[in-house]
Design a protein around this ligand. Structure first.
Ligand code: PAF
Length: 302
């Protein structure tokens, strides 16, 4: 018998940790046969309240909650922070259990990328070569790494619903396109960005911020708020973006990008449309951290 959504299936005190693909499939099989709804929260660990909100959403909607914990090397560029990416598996397991996670899938690299692995999944369509995917930034290879691991997790876990954060808006748009194009039989749920009290978007990479930079970093969310406010007040994206630039400059932050794009296609937009949300996305290096954030501006419907 499968439990009702909101109930954990396994031991509440400690989420069960599974390292192997076969072991995970075996653990899930009886629940799948019983018609349980399986929710997946993919993570790279070092959990914060943003991840926890995804786990809570999964817990409230699904019968079985699986969290993956895997720092995926293929989505890091050669000059990125793979080696120093923060890790604390014990703490992650505690937080996952407290949020009602049933199974934590924490494979090692060889389990996911066996010798000779030669297949990748790539979304094109202009979604992965802009913003973070611009070759001068993380590049399309970053998203190829993300879509490859996420496609593998979908095949390994077979979730009915997969949960992602709006903070990684481009990642969410790319994954939604992959799910649509490759007919993955699941729903992608994108949950709102969780912020610190002062507005900074939660991110595992915030640990790289030294005290003074932590204060400056709030300018990103301030800039996005100013952008939304001005854009709506003046019905002008240009005015909104100008307001955002002023906020960033006041904190001596030079953005890598600050752009208005269609939230689904990621094509550039220059005005608030009718009926389609506009994504304002920003990326900037603040001290030792490269931060991203975004806001969705709902269209003014005439
Ligand atoms: O958003 C992340 O943490 C990662 O990109 C993801 C989706 C877990 C894939 O490694």
């Amino acid at each position: 018998m499968s439990p009702s959504p909101g109930e954990t299936v396994f031991d509440k005190a400690a989420a069960r940790i599974v390292r192997g693909v076969d072991e995970l499939r075996t653990a899930l099989a009886p629940h799948r046969r019983a018609g349980a709804r399986i929710g997946l929260v993919p993570t790279m660990g070092f959990l914060h309240d943003g991840h926890v909100s995804l786990l809570h959403a999964a817990r409230s909607e699904c019968d079985v909650v699986v969290m993956s914990l895997f720092v995926n090397p293929t989505q890091f560029g050669p000059n990125e922070d793979l080696d120093r990416y923060p890790r604390d598996e014990e703490r992650d397991l505690r937080l996952a259990a407290a949020a009602g996670t049933d199974l934590v899938f924490a494979p090692n690299i060889a389990e996911i990328y066996p010798d000779g692995a030669a297949t990748t999944v790539e979304v094109d369509g202009g979604l992965t070569s802009v913003l973070d995917g611009d070759p001068s930034r993380r590049g399309p290879e970053h998203f190829r790494g993300v879509t490859t691991i996420v496609a593998k997790l979908f095949n390994i876990v077979g979730p009915d619903v997969a949960y992602f954060g709006q903070k990684d808006a481009q990642q969410a748009a790319v994954i939604k396109r992959m799910v649509r194009d490759l007919d993955f039989p699941l729903r992608v749920e994108v949950m709102p960005t969780v912020r610190e009290e002062d507005g900074l978007a939660m991110s595992s990479r915030n640990v790289y911020l030294e005290a003074a930079d932590r204060i400056r970093a709030v300018a990103l969310s301030r800039a996005l708020a100013a952008c939304e406010q001005q854009a709506l007040a003046l019905d002008s994206l240009d005015a909104g973006l100008a307001a955002a630039r002023i906020e960033l400059a006041a904190a001596a932050i030079e953005p890598e990008y600050l752009e208005a794009r269609d939230a689904e296609t990621l094509q550039p937009v220059d005005r608030l449309g009718v009926g389609r949300p506009v994504l304002i996305a920003v990326a900037a290096r603040v001290g030792g951290a490269r931060l991203i954030d975004n806001v969705l501006i709902e269209s003014i419907v005439d």
